[in-house]
Design a protein around this ligand. Structure first.
Ligand code: NAD
Length: 483
């Protein structure tokens, strides 16, 4: 891997502490970082290198997946870190950052390869990109790359405006948009799983699949994010990015010789084939919900409207279920159901593929036979299970049996670790391309308008349930049920 400087904006923030430092440390221990590697942490407050290194070290105790008996390794790791205090809105500060970067590059013989990670609030994305360009930080003899976190815009026009601003400094190939769901091992496995199994590849279409269900439920409520979440809702926070990414990964068709281009192209094709919605369609295809009080794991919890920071009479969505149609010959007539919500019964992320029942069975047998189900578990356990039908050796009746594989959790690299390694290596496969982001906002936009105009009813659900009854009715209409 090329030597490089990793410039981290937001170095004293929560994401850096919980995800980025532990991920870098794990890569360091696994000897996956380049030989010459230097991190410059940028933050608003004053801090010496030693204080900054102590903060980084602290985060490793709490958040690293590696047991840290070896203190010298930690010490060796944090020596890679340096601090630069600057206000990201102040153009002058960037000259200091450039000087520091060049100094370390010269001292440590690092080529002018610069990775900029923006772990800051989204309103700073464009101003930082602009200042990287103006200050000369972005003018290098090597490469430059940008990693950014969600949210990428608030609707189509803000996402386009942001992209236009970023593209004045960075080319599309230089921008790595993190969607951490794409870093999850079972999600990365999806395309290989279908391609490497002729059995699945042959039946991955509407002839054999009845419907697909993607669930990402949480037990937590709005926590301390009400200010942000009350203007965002599940539709922007989860559906526009994570759930549509899971849908693209499940539905994409890719050639046997797969490359990063093939995967992104396959995903783009899915996104472009998703049937657009009008506001009227949104009424029929989308269920929006908001949690009431209830119990989570035996503990009473308050309703969304009682949460601190939520506006009085807020109609914000904490739950979304949707029926999505993909107008592609492979998927004609197969509904893709997606659902996500807060304060639900369990925290789970999974994809369930329900197969059609055999037409060779007589009608009585069909009624008694459960469908074949392929369940891809993403969280909390990584695994796959397949529900088949088998004749009971005792009763002679057809009964469902489960074939199950569960990946060992121990030492599985985390999403951020995988994604950081990919970005450091310049592999864009599991990052969201601008075309995917833009087309997902375009699909979402009429839903946002329908919500704003109160065109889609708001259903309430009890905390600790699996969402409002209307989410079940959405499937009943097509003779399906949530698995
Ligand atoms: P945070 O508020 O904890 O940290 C923000 C960082 O930005 C701090 O280091 C702060 O010093 C710095 N900062 C703020 N204003 C500054 C200024 N004017 N000049 C210089 N530095 C400034 O935020 P966070 O939770 O770490 O989130 C960072 C980004 O990651 C956000 O875009 C957020 O939406 C996204 N994100 C966070 C998480 C998470 O788990 N925390 C998850 C997904 C996405």
């Amino acid at each position: 891997m090329d030597s490089m400087t990793f410039v981290l904006f937001g170095a004293t923030g929560d994401l850096a502490k919980r995800k980025i430092y532990p991920a870098l440390f794990n890569l360091f221990l696994d000897q996956k970082l380049p030989k010459s590697f230097s991190v410059i942490g940028v933050g608003r407050n004053n801090c010496t290198d030693a204080e900054f290194q102590a903060k980084v070290k602290d985060s490793l105790y709490t958040f690293s997946r590696h047991l840290l008996n070896d203190v010298s390794k930690k010490q060796e790791f944090v020596k890679l870190f340096h601090y630069c205090q600057l206000d990201v809105t102040d153009p002058e500060g960037y000259h200091k950052l450039l000087k520091l970067t060049v100094k370390h590059e010269e001292e440590q013989k690092i080529a002018e390869n610069r990775m900029f990670y923006l772990s800051v609030a989204p309103q700073f994305f464009d101003v930082i990109a602009l200042n990287i360009k103006r200050s000369g930080l972005g003018t290098t003899n090597g490469w430059k790359r940008l990693i950014i976190e969600k949210p990428f815009g608030h609707d189509v026009s803000s996402a386009q405006a942001l992209n236009e601003k970023l593209s004045r400094t960075f080319e599309e190939e230089e921008i790595f948009r993190i969607d951490h769901y794409l870093g999850k091992p079972m999600v990365q496995n999806l395309e290989a799983f279908v391609l490497a199994n002729p059995l699945l590849k042959a039946i991955w279409n509407n002839q054999f699949i009845s419907n697909v269900q993607i669930t990402a439920s949480e037990t937590v409520g709005v926590e301390n994010r009400a200010e942000y979440y009350d203007h965002t809702g599940a539709i922007r926070d989860m559906v526009q990015n994570h759930l549509l990414q899971l849908l693209m990964m499940t539905a994409m068709r890719i050639p046997e010789k797969k490359s990063s281009y093939d995967i992104r192209n396959g995903k783009r094709e899915v996104m472009e084939s998703i049937r657009p919605l009008t506001k009227e369609d949104a009424q029929a295809q989308i269920v929006r919900g908001q949690y009431l009080s209830g119990e989570i794991k035996g503990q009473p919890v308050v309703s969304y409207s009682e949460e601190t920071g939520v506006q009085a009479q807020s109609k914000n969505d904490t739950f979304i279920a949707a029926r999505v149609w993909i107008d592609h010959p492979y998927w004609k007539g197969v509904p893709f159901y997606i659902r996500t919500g807060k304060r639900m019964q369990e925290k789970i992320t999974k994809i369930v593929v329900e197969f059609r029942n055999s037409s060779d069975l007589d009608s009585v047998e069909i009624e008694n036979t459960k469908p074949n189900l392929l369940t891809i578990s993403i969280f909390p356990n990584e695994g796959v299970s397949l529900q088949l039908n088998s004749k009971s050796l005792m009763s002679g009746k057809i009964e469902p049996i489960n074939v199950h594989f569960s990946a060992s959790q121990r030492d599985l690299p985390e999403a951020y670790e995988r994604l950081l390694l990919d970005a450091l290596s310049g592999d864009p496969t599991f990052f969201a391309h601008w075309e995917e982001v833009e087309s997902s906002w375009k699909w979402i936009e009429p839903i946002l308008e329908a919500f704003e105009e109160d065109f889609v009813p708001l259903h309430h659900y009890t905390s600790g349930s699996m969402g409002p009854d209307a989410a079940q009715q959405l499937l009943d209409e097509w003779g399906h049920r949530w698995w």
